[in-house]
Write a protein of this length. Structure first.
Length: 203
């Protein structure tokens, strides 16, 4: 497969970006960008480390991050699978990228920046839920923030009820684990127990 190997080749195909594509990029949060982030219960968090790249889904009941100031976002690290791929990366390479989404909105907001991980109670306590605290908090220093064109969401018809029917025919996590283990894993039992287990271990 012939590969494009220079920026000159690439730019010849795509041309110059539209003026608005450059104007929209800020180095701190505007009032409109703040409003979008505070409405977002979901973000994809990308990080990089010696082993390569990682992109992790993050979600919360209301807003997935809190805004400390115009340059700083705080994200609690709630219970997961304990692989801590993202946290391992951030400890070794602070570069991160975030993609915020709001259900029903075709706009996506992107943030690039540098992050640290802290276990300091000063940062953990504000996120307390039902007497439970996140084990750590990710603090993100914003270097770029901008909205993404809505074409991708439109093409995917992501929020259209009809396009969500495909999920009904997907293999379950139990099916996937049974396939990976070539049989010994009881996928049906895993799927049956998951809803109750998840409800007890969200935080």
């Amino acid at each position: 497969m012939p590969a494009i190997t220079t920026l000159e080749e690439l730019e010849k195909i795509y041309g110059a970006p539209a003026r608005v594509s450059l104007t929209k990029v800020l180095d701190s949060l505007s009032p409109a960008y703040k409003k979008f982030i505070l409405a977002s219960p979901f973000v994809a968090l990308a990080s990089v480390g010696p082993e390569g790249l990682d992109c992790s889904p993050r979600g919360d009941q209301k807003t997935v991050v809190s805004i400390a100031d115009d340059k700083t976002l705080l994200m609690p690290d709630w219970r997961g699978n304990n692989r801590i791929d993202t946290l391992r990366n951030i400890v070794r390479d602070s570069r991160v990228a975030l993609m915020f989404m709001v259900p029903g909105s075709e706009t996506v907001l992107r943030v690039n920046g540098r992050a640290i991980v802290t276990a300091d109670d000063e940062f953990r306590l504000p996120f307390k839920v039902d007497d439970k605290l996140p084990r750590t908090v990710i603090a993100i220093d914003i270097t770029q923030v901008y909205f993404q064109c809505a074409r991708a969401i439109k093409r995917a018809r992501l929020w259209k009820a009809g396009s969500q029917s495909a999920a009904l025919n997907l293999p379950t996590v139990g099916d996937m684990l049974k396939e990976i283990t070539k049989g010994p894993f009881d996928g049906k039992e895993y799927d049956a127990n998951w809803p109750a287990r998840a409800e007890k271990t969200l935080w």
